[in-house]
Design a protein around this ligand. Structure first.
Ligand code: NDP
Length: 483
């Protein structure tokens, strides 16, 4: 029997009020581990200790903080293969993606290690003679992090790294579907030179421990990535305590393929954007808006490419797509396949449950044709290896379809026209725009976030993260008396 993996409460590894099993979605006979579920009392205790630890951490010298973040980043990068294997085993993305995710998580820490040394304020003369003004950023205090399962290490890291960099304490509730990656990252962080209780891990379900965390008046800021309904509930809870909140909640991203596009490039971008991470990405290309002039050629190659994709165990060599993360997600995906067909879309390939030698949540990558932008499959985030082609007759129609959504995270255009690319960059109503690149795949040193239902609050990543993880203090200084 596997040892139970524990929560980190006020600096101590503790058992919880119950336990859950975590199984490999590629092979349900593989038990990844057993994980403690934190109790409400443990959450309260760790929040109290976080307050004490945060004051100590904020007073550390900047080079001492930098060294902590650098060590975490370097260890993640050095252990990317080992931790990427664990990530792929519990989440189901192909090993190359799991390893890449852990390495990228390390880069968030090394980037914010450097940012520890770059926290410059502003100064100004006051309107009152002899008075100076000093404007600087200070830590917010205790940050609650609620993270999803689809990027269990990277999403958490792009929140934890800036939270620590800017002097905050962290209480982290990871998704219960991917606790092993959370424990591995917490072990690395807890081994560093940090005050006792600066960093807490509270595993448990969102409905219980997550809800209690976001309702706690002991939390100063909440950062969340996940679904829109949960995000709205978190915002409603946060406002009761006037807690600062930042949320990223998925999208319905479109890739526009123009009549002058390099069709082979467009197909490569669409396949990667739609089916990478089994389509379980907030930046996935789930709407392919294709000009009629290249529609047939594009569709032929797209469908052939999707049919050729090798689906299998996340840790098998040569596979391009792993399983869906859970039975619930798989059932929802298959329901969307039925919905699409009932709405009149033509399922050109895939969208089927796949049987494998090992019992897991497998389905084939699916492509819908003859769809329009009013169908629910083109309006709701499916988080599935499914994509829809929407045929349009002009660039203007393409742009209008791209923007006709409640979401607004990413969008892309494939074109050889500089004029169109420029117009698109300026007029696509999304937080991220790409030109001749996939809608998925972003850097770590620049802002990330969207519009509409996709995001709420300040942007994440890069220097933009300072807006959420700090609060501004304005000081007025007078010499007191003349020399
Ligand atoms: P959720 O929004 O339910 O979960 C995201 C995180 O929030 C998890 O850690 C979850 O905990 C937690 N949570 C759930 N309920 C609460 C609550 N009341 N208070 C505080 N925290 C809570 O997403 P799912 O994992 O259920 O995925 C459902 C759909 O959400 C997906 O199909 C996809 O459409 C979208 N999604 C979007 C993501 C994105 O990157 N934008 C990421 C993940 C999902 P736990 O799961 O442990 O109960």
């Amino acid at each position: 029997m596997a040892d139970t993996k524990l929560n980190l409460i006020a600096g101590e590894w503790l058992t919880g009020e119950s336990e859950i099993e975590n199984r490999n979605p590629s092979d349900l006979s593989d038990l990844v581990g057993i994980f403690a579920q934190a109790s409400a009392d443990q959450l309260d205790a760790t929040l109290d200790q976080a307050r004490i630890a945060q004051a100590e951490w904020a007073a550390y010298g900047m080079e001492r903080k930098q060294a902590v973040l650098m060590n975490i980043g370097n260890e993640l990068m050095a252990r990317a293969e080992e931790l990427g294997t664990l990530l792929s085993r519990e989440e189901g993305k192909p090993f190359a993606e799991g390893k890449g995710e852990v390495y990228r998580a390390g880069q968030f820490f090394t980037y914010y290690a450097a940012e520890c040394l770059r926290q410059l304020g502003e100064n100004a003369d006051s309107v009152r003679p002899g008075v100076e003004v000093d404007v600087r950023r200070e830590a917010v205090g205790t940050v609650a992090i609620i993270s999803p399962w689809n990027f269990p290490t990277a999403t958490a890291s792009w929140k934890i790294a800036p939270a620590l960099c800017y002097g905050n304490a962290v209480v982290w509730k990871p998704a219960n579907i991917t606790p092993a990656s959370a424990v591995a990252l917490t072990e690395i962080i807890n081994r560093q030179d940090i005050p006792k209780g600066l960093f807490s891990l509270v595993m448990g379900s969102g409905r219980s421990i997550g809800q209690r965390l976001v309702e706690s008046p002991k939390v100063d800021a909440i950062t969340f990535t996940g679904s829109v309904p949960v995000g709205k509930g978190i915002a409603a809870a946060a406002i009761q305590n006037l807690t600062k909140v930042q949320m990223e909640m998925g999208s319905k991203n479109a890739l526009a393929v123009m009549d002058d596009a390099d069709v082979d490039l467009a197909v490569t971008l669409a396949l990667g954007g739609a089916f990478g991470s089994t389509g379980q990405k907030c930046t996935a290309s789930s709407r392919l808006v294709v000009h009629a002039a290249v529609h047939d050629a594009f569709v032929e190659k797209l469908v052939a490419g999707a049919q050729a994709m090798k689906v299998g165990h996340a840790l098998s060599d040569g596979i391009q797509m792993g399983p869906v993360v859970s039975q619930q997600q798989l059932s929802e995906n298959l329901a969307y396949v039925d919905l699409g067909k009932s709405e009149g879309a033509e399922l050109a390939c895939g969208g089927q449950r796949l049987e494998m030698p090992h019992d897991g949540f497998y389905m084939s990558p699916g492509v819908f044709l003859n769809t329009n932008n009013t169908m629910r499959i083109n309006r709701e985030e499916m988080f599935a290896p499914l994509t829809s082609v929407i045929k349009v007759d002009s660039y203007e129609e393409a742009l209008s379809v791209v923007n006709d959504t409640n979401f607004g995270l990413t969008s892309g255009i494939v074109t050889q026209s500089l004029a169109r690319a420029t117009h698109f960059r300026r007029n696509a109503r999304t937080g991220v725009v790409t030109v001749n690149l996939p809608t998925a795949g972003t850097d770590y040193h620049v802002p990330f976030g969207g519009r509409g239902d996709s995001s709420y609050g300040p942007r994440e990543q890069g220097k933009a993260a300072a807006e959420f993880y700090t609060t501004v203090k304005t000081a007025y200084i007078s010499a007191g008396s003349p020399i």
